[in-house]
Write a protein that binds this ligand. Sequence first.
Ligand code: FMN
Length: 325
Amino acid sequence: MKKIILILAVLFSFACMSFNIAYGADNIEIKLQINSNVMNIGSENKTLDSAPVIVNGRTLVPIRAVIESMGGSVQWDSNTRTAVLGYKNDTISLTVDSTAAYYNDEESFLDTAPMIIEGRTMLPIRFIAEKFGFLTQWNPDTQTITITKQAESEQEINPQTAEENSKDDVSDKKVLVAYFTWSGNTEEMAEYIAEQTNGDLYKIEPKTPYPNEYNKCGEVAKVERDDNVRPEIANLPDNIDEYDTIYIGYPIWWHTAPMIIGTFLESSDFSGADIYPFTQSASMDTEQFENSMKFIKDCAKNANVHDGLFTQPDDINKIDDYIQK
Ligand SMILES: Cc1cc2nc3c(=O)[nH]c(=O)nc-3n(C[C@H](O)[C@H](O)[C@H](O)COP(=O)(O)O)c2cc1C
C-alpha cells in the first residue's frame, strides 16, 4: 500500500511539473548557444541532438527538445516534411525548404526556410518563440539566444523590447541587398555585397519581363523613363519594413536609374532606413550617376540616402571601401 501511495505521489508531482511548464505558472528561461549541444533550462542542462546554427542571419535549432522545454509539443509529418508545433491553443506549421509559415491561419514568410542539416530538421527559433509569446534576446558576444517567458501573473511584455528583439539575430541592423539587373553586371556586385554584409539578397523581377534584345529593351525603357512609369514588380516581399539598411543596385538606363527602382522605393515606407545605392554602366558617366542619385532621393523620401557607389562590378577594393564606411 505504502508503495502505491509513493508511486501516486511521484506521478502527481510529475503531473504538477508539466502543468507548471505548460501553463506558465513558472518563469521559463532557455539558453541556446551557436555550435553547442548544451541547452540550458533554468539551472538544468540538456543535451541537444545537434547544435544550433546560424543560416542567413537566423538561428536554426533542432526543435523537439527546445519546444518541449518551452511547454509545447511537435508533430512531424514525413510525407509533407512539415513540423506542426503546438503551444497552449496555438499552432505553428513549418515545412522544410519552404519560407511560408503558418501561425494558426495566419501566413507569414520567413527569410530563412526550415532545412535539414546532417539529417536533423532545423527550425527558426526566433519566429517560433515570438509567435508563441516568448521573448528572445541575442547576445552576439557569447553567440547565445535566450528565450524567456514570465509566469502569467507577472507577465508584462514591453512592446519596445519586443520590437527591438524582433530584429536580426546576428547584429542590430538587418541588411537587404536589393537589385535589378538586365544582363548580370549589377547582380555580380549585389552578390558580393550580400556576402560581405551578411545581407539578404533580393532580385527585383519585373512583372512584364524586358525584351532580351538590347534595342527593344532600350525602346521600352525609354518610354518608361519619359513617362515616369512605375513598372510592376512580380516578387515584392511583404517584410521589407523589417530592414534598417538597404543596398539598392541597378544599371544606368537612359542616363538615370531604371524606373522599376522607383517602383521598389515607393512600395514601402523606408522612413529612417539607411539606403546605399550602387550602380555601374557602359559609359561610367558621372553625370548620369548623379541623375540616378537624385531619382533615388526623390523616390525614397523619408529615408537616409547615403552617397552612392559608382564603380565597375569587378572593382572589389572600391566595393570593400564602400561597405566598410
Ligand atoms: C535599356 C538600357 C539603357 C541603357 N542606358 C545606358 C545609359 O544611359 N548610359 C550608359 O552608360 N549605359 C547604358 N546602358 C548600359 C548599361 O548600363 C550597362 O550595360 C550595364 O552594365 C548593365 O548592367 P546589368 O548587367 O546589371 O543589366 C543601358 C543599357 C540598357 C539595357
